[in-house]
Design a protein around this ligand. Sequence first.
Ligand code: ADP
Ligand code: ZN
Ligand code: ZN
Length: 743
Amino acid sequence: MSEALLTLAPYIKVALPVPMRTLFDYKVPKAIALRHELKPGMRVKVPFGKSSRLGVIVALSDHSEWDPEQVKPLTSLHDKSPVISAELMALCEWAARYYHHPIGDVIFHALPVLLRKGENAEFRTENWWFTTEKGRATSLEQLSRAPRQQDFLKAVQQHPNGLSQHAASVLDLAPSAAKVLEEKGLLRKEPRSFNKGGEKHAHQTQVPPTLNVEQMRATEHLLDYRNQFHVALLDGVTGSGKTEVFLRVMERLIEEGKQILVMVPEIGLTPQTLKRFEIRFNTDIVLMHSNMSDRERLDAWLLAASGHAKIIIGTRSAAFIPAPNLGLIVIDEEHDTSYKQHEGFRYHARDLAIKRAQALDIPVLLASATPSYESLTNALQKRFAWLKLRQRAGNAHIPVMERVDLRGKTLVHGFSEQALASMKLCLERKEQVLVFLNRRGYAPTLMCHQCGWIAACDHCDVNLTVHKRANKLHCHHCDAQKALIHTCPECQSEALFTVGEGTEQIETQLSTLFKDTPILRIDRDSTQRKSAMAKLTQKIHEHDQAILIGTQMLAKGHHFPNVTLVIIMDADAGLFSSDFRGMERTAQLITQVAGRAGRAKKPGHVLLQTYHPDHAAIECLCNLGYEHFAIDGLAERKSLSLPPFYHQVIVRAESGNEQEAMQLLSAMRNDLEPFFAKDVYLVGPYTAIIVRKAGQHRALISIKAAQRAPLHQATQMMTNWLEQSTKQHRIRFAIDVDPLETY
Ligand code: ADP
Ligand code: ZN
Ligand code: ZN
């Protein structure tokens, strides 16, 4: 074969999962070029340093800027077709630029873990069992002495189209029994590709509710814009039927053969949500979240990539899921901060999804009862369509919010007299109370009565939380754990006592006050196991009267029809936050929790316990509601030149050494500030509020600008400077574009 017939691109540019903001050049050996067509998005094995690495081809090239002698050949090609489509490659490249993050890390982040490790991008095969003629003729009595074989044969006889290995294990059938039956010639097996979304669920036909006027208007608007890039903010009070609206739109798009990505917050995917989709759609639905095994995630990824899965419901990382016929992206609870990754590649899944939709020319629907200030601004400035639902769907009403003044009052286990009396009445009516306290564990502090010693984390500047049930002291910042102690390590006194209350303590105390009432706690500790949440919600639905105690987990998307009273134990938490987003978060949380009350036919009531009943923010939220509150908040942000009116980037540095991080950022500011555009403003370096976390001393510097371009340019300069300067030091740095945390 002549040279000319060889691939036109003798070089490839490869992304590797290393912290360097560059691509790496490799030669394509003739032997590989002759047999394979290399394409961007395929994985390759390449030599790197003294070892070899798996990388992803980003581009083919006819030249390299490096000395050809120094460019090494790739070792082997890993895929027959790209694992990253051209569409997703472009998204990754955009994200690497926008977030100033190494391209290799971005691309690897976009892939499921097993593909990062080199697994083939193919459906796994699994065995399916069928009866042979002999197996069909065999009566089950003949196997009465081998009950496990009997069970297995019975199950296969009941599935004339075959029983999958997966289904057999769901039915708890013994694989060893199948083997014996096969040897006896009663069963035969057949390997099949696992390309179905598990077992088909039983589709129930349910007549959907008739839409009210507001829902109808929103649905029609969304259908009108369904074939083009269009961002709509579906801003509807809790229980106003937002989900119902996007289910309608999805129905139409699925009829038209489209795939739909529904993004949900990290812990907001409730069994109820999934069930609602399954009942509604007789189509393949896949899930993508952090509670799945690596193999399950790859299966979901393959089902989406092959177009089999029509609906993909996923958390943050699903923003990168391949879907060749994607027709709509829905972002439920768009204000939720779990859409932003808080470490490593710090992207925002909502912003990424909007970028992706723009490139694909498809619509995005953002839904929330408490839209983020960013999205509200976009709606106010008419970049997003603003669809409002101001009435609760069906017969439900907006709950009444009432402040309970705690000043000078005697509290019983943190509850005011009024709160306890209301709880009693609510339970007597055979209804449910939801108690909200955003602090898990038994108590936030353990202290010595004799000498004042406080149990603190060895690695962070914070106190350890007492977890009585687990008998532990736990750091909620670095996850360090110790056994709970009963003697002071300083003075050996046994007079240790706890200060403050967490959900675990409230649970214990309420169970003495309300002896015969079922009490259910919902927080990260009580829902650790896989099916725990499903079991808890089932219990909630089983009982008439009950007390639910929970953290912000309870605020997300749940529908508890019998909850009529919500008690917010500490409405002041977050009121005096040092972060400028503190108010926004507090208002969102209170409104979301309050929204759990009275979602069905019975009216709801919300009690906010506060020491600041006249605080303008609490007053505004109670009397005028979230939208009014947010518009006031935005005016203040504007007057202070804060996001979303100014754009912000935070540079973080951390080091085991106490001063190093601060010194590094100071040096950077001194070196670079003279070169920044005039309208770029710097603050810092300053230390993080919790200076030491997991043994690292943390410093940050904030820069902001009204325009993206100069900010981007300054960030680029800082990134380059830091890459050079941290080579010799053990300092880690991170760039956080559009940060949600600024301390
Ligand atoms: P949101 O997503 O805004 O919280 P949902 O769509 O979950 O609201 O609706 C809340 C409840 O009201 C659900 O039980 C839903 O089935 C019901 N619902 C929604 N729309 C209607 C309607 N038009 N008529 C009657 N019930 C409705
Ligand atoms: Zn002591
Ligand atoms: Zn710690």
